[in-house]
Design a protein around this ligand. Sequence first.
Ligand code: PLP
Length: 405
Amino acid sequence: MPTSIRELYSERVKAAPDAYFPEPSEPPLYDFSAGDPPPEAYPLEEIREYMARAVEQAGLNLAKYRPTFRQDMVRGHPGLRELLAERVGARDGRHDMTADWLMLVNGSSEGLGLAARAFLGPGDGAIVESATFPYMVGYMRATGARIATVPVDRDGMVVDAIDDRLDELREAGARPKMIYVIPTFHVPTGSTMPRERREKLVELAQRHQLIVMEDSAYAEQYFDAPPPPTLFSMDDSGLVLQSETFGKLLAPGLRLGYMMGVPDAIRALDVVREDLGVNMLIPTMLEAYIRDGKLDAHMQRVRELGRQKRDATLAALRQHCARWVEFEVPRGGIYFWLRLSPELDWDKLGERLNAEGISCRPGEGFTDDSSGAGYLRMSFQQESLEGIERGVRTLGAALEASVRG
Ligand SMILES: Cc1ncc(COP(=O)(O)O)c(C=O)c1O
């Protein structure tokens, strides 16, 4: 009898949950699901030009495992790391930053996974927001660490609730080590933590000697005013790490992010990294692109387009869906977090959305318990302004057709 390869899976694979977000069987008519920045902003012509330049100028260096030193293979192109250290250092007032404070990663999700593996293991504890980026929770859990959740309100993670969770972790025999937090344009709720709460969080982490893993994936995508300073900018203890990604600045298909922290933190990531680093081509291209001021100009456009799409979605939601949904207005990022009226039948709504070709992320994919049920995370950056109007009108009709009874 042939042995099924499934019988040979590792325990980790056998225990793995289903996908957080099941794929629809057909491409959606209205994509309110994907977490990409606005596709119209993607600078295809410029990318083409800078790619060609990179190939010409870097020549054979692009073909090698590493430019010169092994460390540059594991951490990525030193030129881009130096530039990012300068850039983030200036933005965050961390003028001590050098290339040794950065590791390039294949998407910030890889960097988050490395941080989980570098600092957590069986017997350790970690704190996350009760609704969050579920992949990171999976990475942390896979280390054997125990996870505790604290609520998120309009001002982000409820920092006052952390002390009790730390006590619970300790009582359960775990040593708390890390807090994972998305303080700016939080996923999925869209909330942003004000400065005072940020200061409190950094102070708490320093007091308890905890690492803060700050996920800044969306922080540069603001529409109205720049967000408060990063947690990373407020720390002088070396306990705060920060993760950012070109996936949200330019395009997720580039699969390039960067993890930042004191050199001793980056050294720990070196140890757990197994893929021998990122490619040379895209970082080489991006170094010239950023040095020429193209990324700054691009971000202006992303913010402008994002604001227009946010406003169009807001107007359409108010016009077509107001009876069935409640929400806060996002000040940046990619998503509305819609709380659905209890009058709605969730199963019926799921069927209606499918039938109308609307894809949206169900809220429970972002929570460990049932508290996310009754929410939808709606991305407003994928569709054109007309697509948003038509899609939200269709969504309104689907909501109306899904009332219980
Ligand atoms: C909060 C958050 N962090 C990290 C990521 C991962 O981004 P990437 O791996 O594409 O850089 C995402 C993607 O949606 C996200 O929403």
